[in-house]
Write a protein that binds this ligand. Structure first.
Ligand code: VG1
Ligand code: CO
Length: 781
């Protein structure tokens, strides 16, 4: 008070205490004038201390007993003319004052569709920013809304298990949102913040089935955030591979290892791409994610990011991060995952960065990051406490906000737009259809129940390994025939379900199985593309174009040519599809490595693929009566082969070979390729050409070279050799083998049998055993 023209703002609630700040009159000349609002009910008047040169505004809080909530059903009659216009329902105040006029509209517009459609109520709330006026009115012009606010609040309280979160100050009012209890089961508990003194309990009105949490706004001056510059030194080897940076956990645990890479990333981005912007943060739940999340949050704050949206418990699948970036118009996002690589203190960790359309960072950015990791000298980090990620809510430090969000809701909403959920639900609820999903103890565990069980009516026991664990239950969360053994056993057992699927660590891969029948990922994308227009509402106008990674089989090419669609062949890694999608030239694409997806986001999407298959099966069986034989997964595949021919395909993986042997083998093959001539004989095959695949992006002209060694024969058969770019130790050699078979009579042959001559040829050309000492592959797909 002795300081001339100093203003001080504080609050009564525990949650607002950290917000107390001294605002310099020049730096922040105005504080919110709550006390001057004529709309505040008298009993909730803010405390107000005023001196000539000093003012202290204390915000009030509300607390009601939890059992006191009585719900009345009031009979009413319809009133004509309540049609909403361009922006809500507008009438003279006198009209609204008629008995039940407003009440009728609220009941019908908001709560009738509530069971079916949460989005309509959210839309309503967004259109009604002054909703909590009865609690915290803030504007003189809205006096009449005060009545509305009170009435709406009563209706809200009558809706079972609805949670409502609002804020006291004018500036935070538009942020009020209704959180669905399933989509967002918990609201922030401010009281748990260690920063809040006990005596200042948060405001809270609570009913048995309704809770109203009033958050006080935190208005710290930006000066409140302390940024430290920590000196650091470059570390070798932080070059990103096919999909982000992947190393052993122990490597990431070295001092500043992760921090260096994150800072190098900020050093590589244009300032306007993150300053005061929004970034998303999610992960697959693996070991080290908790520590990593705090490091990333602090460095983001230290570099001037405005807001981080984090999945609850740090969880969010790769496709969901992509969806949230797009939906929330974020500048980008981090995914803490080494995907299909195993997790735990002795295993792998990884980090990926996605850009503003949700796509994995292009090589132009990842190359820059790598360059910056070699010259880094300082890490900018904010001096803030670890953020509690265990419940949904918002914390603010100066101009920096961390919002913990439900990892499922935005993603689920998108899936409901893409697919006909009723069609799928009708299939799943049939007594003669059984479904099994294996989340492999990875991130899709968090999505499987809300989507398959709660929304689509699958039984709870159709989900296995549905709880994300830090070490994936000692498993290798890679949905293939070797590592998803549990599901394979279920699907090849005597009384197997009709449909089985699994997803990987971060939820972007999928494996599709029928009863005793494996769908290769190369066939899967082709079958989805061929059926999409009929079975999936998102593609009702037909796909714009199709694409596959180079080693993926040519099954998709045949669909593109039959449907007369633009077609693209890109290098391995999803980042190559994004430009084509942004340019509106590509809708459906896939990789042989169990990745399938579309332009609904910019990542491959495991759950999307499962829903796509369920849609196709549902569509083909929609007129089937109980007792009639259903069209099975195998029927769909065989029918497809009969129409397009079958591309036999197999991949041999030799994991964790000695790097030097593997590199020598690749050099040896490059040397052979440089000497090959068209027309040369390789056993029964005649060489068309051999090369090291190179790709020029048709949108931005960027070139990616050395993307895989190919031997292509005159009958279209191919042998491809690549080194994996996602391993964390040694080298993984992948050999891809493909042969086309037009003759339906030969379609039932086992792929390994059909491809035997070509596989033998692949091993002999490369002298693989000689170079690596490996007699057998680790995984055969
Ligand atoms: C592998 C796959 C590739 C996929 C990549 C990331 O890469 O072959 O198709 O895009 O993993 O998938 P590589 O370089 O190991 O062959 V994921 O689900 O690990 O992010
Ligand atoms: Co993955």
């Amino acid at each position: 008070m002795a300081v001339p023209s100093l203003k001080l703002e504080g609050a009564l609630a525990r949650s607002t205490l950290p917000s107390i700040s001294i605002l310099h009159p020049i730096a922040a000349p105005r504080v919110a004038l709550f006390s001057s609002s004529p709309l505040l009910p008298r009993k909730l008047l803010p405390c107000y201390i005023s001196g000539r040169s000093f003012r202290f505004v204390v915000k009030a809080s509300v607390q009601t007993a939890s059992e006191g909530l009585q719900i009345k059903a009031i009979p009413t009659k319809p009133v004509e003319g309540q049609k909403t216009g361009t922006s809500g329902l507008r009438k003279k105040v006198k009209v609204f004052q008629q008995e039940n006029y407003l009440a009728n509209w609220i009941q019908v517009a908001c709560f009738k569709p509530f069971q079916e459609d949460l989005s309509s109520i959210c839309g309503f709330i967004k259109a009604f920013p002054y909703l909590p006026l009865s609690i915290a009115p803030s504007s003189t012009q809205r006096r009449d809304s005060l009545v509305g606010g009170e009435e709406i609040a009563k209706f809200l309280m009558a809706v079972p298990s609805l949670k409502f979160e609002g804020a006291l100050t004018r500036s935070t009012l538009p942020s009020i949102s209704i959180l669905h209890p399933i989509a967002a089961p918990r609201v922030a508990s401010f009281s748990s913040s260690p920063l809040l003194p006990r005596k200042l309990l948060p405001c809270c009105i609570s009913g048995r089935s309704f809770r109203f949490v009033v958050k006080a706004s935190v208005q710290t001056a930006s000066e409140g955030l302390q940024i430290k510059a920590i000196p650091t030194k470059p570390v070798e080897g932080q070059k990103t591979g096919t999909s982000g940076l992947r190393k052993k956990v122990k490597v990431f645990q070295q001092e500043n290892y992760l921090a260096n890479w994150i800072q190098a990333l900020f050093n590589s981005l244009p300032l306007e791409d993150y300053k005061d912007g929004v970034l998303v943060l999610g992960g697959d739940g693996r070991y080290f994610n908790r520590e990593a999340a705090q490091i990333i949050i602090k460095i983001a704050a230290g570099n001037g990011v405005g807001k981080i949206l984090v999945g609850r418990d740090g969880l969010m699948s790769t496709p969901a991060v992509s969806a949230v970036i797009r939906k929330q118009k974020a500048n980008g996002g981090f995914i803490m995952s080494a995907s299909h690589n195993p997790g735990g203190p002795e295993y792998d960790w990884g980090i990926k960065f996605n850009y503003s359309s949700g796509q994995p960072a292009p090589e132009s950015i990842t190359d820059k990051i790598y360059g910056n990791t070699l010259s880094i000298s300082e890490i900018k980090t904010a001096d803030i406490p670890d953020v509690d990620l265990s419940s949904v809510g918002t914390v603010r430090y100066g101009n920096f906000t961390v919002e913990v969000v439900d990892p499922v809701s935005d993603y689920l909403e998108l899936m409901e737009e893409v697919f006909d959920f009723q069609l799928i639900k009708d299939l799943i609820s049939r007594a003669d259809f059984r479904f099994s999903f294996d989340a492999m103890h990875a991130v899709t565990g968090a999505y499987a129940k809300p989507i398959f069980v709660d929304r689509l009516g699958a039984s709870l026991d159709s989900i296995s390994n549905g709880v994300p664990l830090e070490d994936f239950g000692h498993g290798h969360p890679d949905p293939n025939l070797t590592y998803a053994k549990d599901l394979v056993n279920i699907m090849y057992a005597k009384d197997a379900p009709d449909f089985g699927a699994a997803s990987d660590g971060d939820g972007d891969r999928n494996m599709i199985l029928g009863r005793g029948f494996f769908i290769t990922p190369s066939d899967s994308v082709a079958i989805i593309a061929a059926n999409a227009q009929a079975a999936i509402p998102y593609f009702k106008d037909g796909p714009k174009g199709l694409a596959r990674s180079m080693p993926t089989s040519g099954a998709l090419d045949r669909v593109a040519s039959k449907l007369n669609l633009p077609f693209f062949e890109v290098p391995t890694g999803w980042k190559f599809f994004g430009n084509l999608m942004d340019a509106g030239r590509l809708s459906i694409c896939g990789e042989e490595s169990f990745g399938t997806g579309s332009d609904h986001i910019r990542e491959k999407d495991g759950i999307w693929a499962v829903l796509a298959w369920l849609s196709i099966i549902a569509y083909q069986n929609k007129d089937k009566k109980v007792g009639e034989k259903l069209v099975s997964v195998a029927d769909i595949a065989k029918e497809h082969w009969a129409t397009y021919g079958r591309n036999f395909f197999s991949r041999y993986d030799y994991e964790e070979c000695e790097s030097s042997g593997a590199n020598k083998m690749m050099e040896y093959l490059r040397d052979i390729i440089s000497k090959t001539k068209q027309g040369e004989k390789y056993g029964n095959y005649t060489l068309d050409f051999a090369d090291d695949f190179s790709y020029t992006d048709p949108v931005d002209g960027s070139v990616a070279s050395k993307q895989g060694l190919r031997f292509v024969f005159t009958d279209g058969s191919r042998i491809i050799y690549r080194l994996s770019g996602t391993g964390s130790a040694g080298a993984t050699i992948r050999i891809y083998i493909e042969q086309f078979e037009p003759d339906v009579a030969k379609h039932d042959v086992d792929a390994q049998t059909a491809l035997k001559p070509l596989i033998d040829l692949a091993l002999s050309i490369s002298k693989l055993e000689e170079f690596t000492g490996r007699e057998k592959p680790t995984v055969i797909t």
